[in-house]
Ligand binder design. Structure first.
Ligand SMILES: Nc1ncnc2c1ncn2[C@@H]1O[C@H](COP(=O)(O)OP(=O)(O)O)[C@@H](O)[C@H]1O
Ligand SMILES: [Mg+2]
Length: 282
């Protein structure tokens, strides 16, 4: 009887607390008392409540930063469109105005697409299309496209491919999306003349893709938060050119969906090195 009561009271308290948490209250904490196992449940419940607060806080901050990012191009589009509608744009400035509006619309489009992809990554129906592919083909195809974009900015693109094929069962289009996201970041920060490197090699059961650059690089602290959405973006906005702040979060999310891991570090070239490790076909 005594034991039953010692167990029942804290358990009932926890049950009430869990219900309160479920209805949205976040200031609930239980006393972690009673027999060890029961106290552990209380502890876990308290940790859950704290984790919920942190996660909800992050969501709010994210929404705020996204709204801000949506507003900036919208304000520009609206201003230019109003000037056009009012007929106060001199005729010779019309094409330039059109170009600004177009560029801002493309930025919005990009932001919305990244947001959708990120949201879908968290859902179960995210679409990956695995097939047996040779990764040298994927990296080679990406390199051909990026060579052109890089050389237009005076940036040499080096490609390091292994002699033989690197066969993996993976989604080629998603791999490409990862590579493109990393290459885009690198090209945005490297000065003309400094190289970008696409490297592929096989390490045991893994295909390892690297995108390295000779740009300003990332600190060790940067690297530890590199894949958290918006964090580096907020840190470097105004210091380095930035885009939507979602690219690296997408890179990490896509990599995880493909069964791999993404890592940020320092390149021998002096800038940042991003390493994507994907499982191979064995
Ligand atoms: N290769 C790189 N070298 C230096 N800084 C980088 C590199 N890649 C990313 N960053 C920094 O990390 C930030 C976040 O990257 P990302 O998530 O792709 O967002 P975005 O490219 O939209 O700004 C960038 O804005 C940039 O400041
Ligand atoms: Mg990016």
């Amino acid at each position: 009887m005594l034991l039953a009561r010692r167990l029942a009271r804290p358990l009932r308290e926890m049950s009430i607390a869990a219900h309160e948490l479920a209805t949205g209250r976040r200031d609930i904490r239980v006393a972690a008392t009673g027999p060890t196992e029961v106290a552990e449940v209380g502890d876990a419940l308290n940790r859950l409540a704290t984790a919920l607060v942190t996660s909800e806080q992050r969501q709010r901050e994210f929404l705020l930063s996204v709204s801000h990012e949506l507003r900036t191009p919208l304000t520009a589009i609206r201003g230019f469109a109003e000037a056009l509608a009012d007929g106060i744009t001199p005729p010779d400035e019309v094409p330039g105005t059109g170009q600004v509006v177009l560029a801002e619309a493309l930025r919005l489009d990009r932001l919305v697409r990244d947001l959708l992809d990120l949201a879908r990554l968290g859902a179960d129906d995210f679409h990956v299309d695995p097939a047996t592919v040779d990764m040298t083909g994927i990296v080679g195809a990406a390199a051909r496209v990026w060579e052109r974009r890089c050389s237009a900015e005076g940036v040499p693109l080096r490609v390091e491919l292994p002699d033989g094929p690197v066969v993996a069962v993976t989604d080629a289009a998603r791999c490409r999306q990862i590579l493109d996201g990393l290459a885009e970041n690198a090209l945005r920060v490297v000065p003309a003349g400094a190289p970008i490197v696409f490297a592929l090699r096989k390490e045991g059961e893994h295909a390892v893709i690297e995108v390295r650059d000779a740009g300003p690089g990332l600190t060790a602290e940067d690297c530890s938060v590199a894949f958290e959405r918006s964090v580096l973006y907020e840190r470097y906005r105004g210091i380095r050119p930035v885009s939507t702040g979602l690219g690296l979060a997408l890179v990490a999310g896509l990599t995880a969906r493909l069964g791999g891991q993404a890592e940020a570090g320092t390149a021998p070239e002096g800038g940042a090195a991003f390493t994507i490790r994907l499982p191979t076909a064995g």
